[in-house]
Design a protein around this ligand. Sequence first.
Ligand SMILES: Cc1cc2nc3c(=O)[nH]c(=O)nc-3n(C[C@H](O)[C@H](O)[C@H](O)COP(=O)(O)OP(=O)(O)OC[C@H]3O[C@@H](n4cnc5c(N)ncnc54)[C@H](O)[C@@H]3O)c2cc1C
Length: 188
Amino acid sequence: MKDRHGVKAVHTKSGDISADAFVLCLGVFSPLLVEKLGMSLPVYPVKGYSVTVAADDLPISPTLGGVDEENLLAYCPMDKRLRLTATAEISGYSTNHKPSDFSVMLTKARELFGDRLGASAIDYWAGLRPMTPTGLPIIDRAPVDNLFINTGHGHMGWTMSNGCARMVADMIGQKPLAHSNEGMRYGK
Ligand SMILES: Cc1cc2nc3c(=O)[nH]c(=O)nc-3n(C[C@H](O)[C@H](O)[C@H](O)COP(=O)(O)OP(=O)(O)OC[C@H]3O[C@@H](n4cnc5c(N)ncnc54)[C@H](O)[C@@H]3O)c2cc1C
């Protein structure tokens, strides 16, 4: 909901929420909400796949996350589980998946961690990375008063989350930015 002073409230299932400032951070859905405000955001879905397996199945389970650069396979230990991710697919907003979508990833993962990877169970998942054409997120004031943008982090959203949150907090607090948003401006 917007009036001539900017965004007044966000309409939610639990009622309207009003605030002094609003941050747009809806991942791949960010462009869809602000279309109504006349804004155009170059953020597009890039699908990725992930499996989570039991660490106990592996002869040696890593204690730190890492990336197999040659095979573009990332892994992250999560207590008694190991989560792996790979693949970038441009195929719209669907998060559907089937077992064969994971076969290349599992083959590469077993080369790294042994044939028993996934022996007891495998959780399959697919999600959408909010990508921009430049690969950089959009961190800026919107052309609508009291609306700020923090979206489009693509495959690095977790990694960049603290730095980007700091930049947006500085913008809202009207402080000098701790990190420059050069190359991450709206419409530039
Ligand atoms: C397979 C895969 C692997 C990844 N691996 C890594 C990695 O190793 N390291 C890394 O740094 N990043 C990784 N990422 C990227 C990271 O997950 C994203 O960049 C990050 O989640 C983006 O955060 P976000 O908060 O902007 O969007 P999201 O995490 O997508 O959150 C947006 C939220 O807004 C909600 N929402 C959307 N529209 C509405 C609406 N109209 N009303 C209410 N709520 C709404 C959504 O439900 C969602 O909860 C990976 C992504 C994928 C898909």
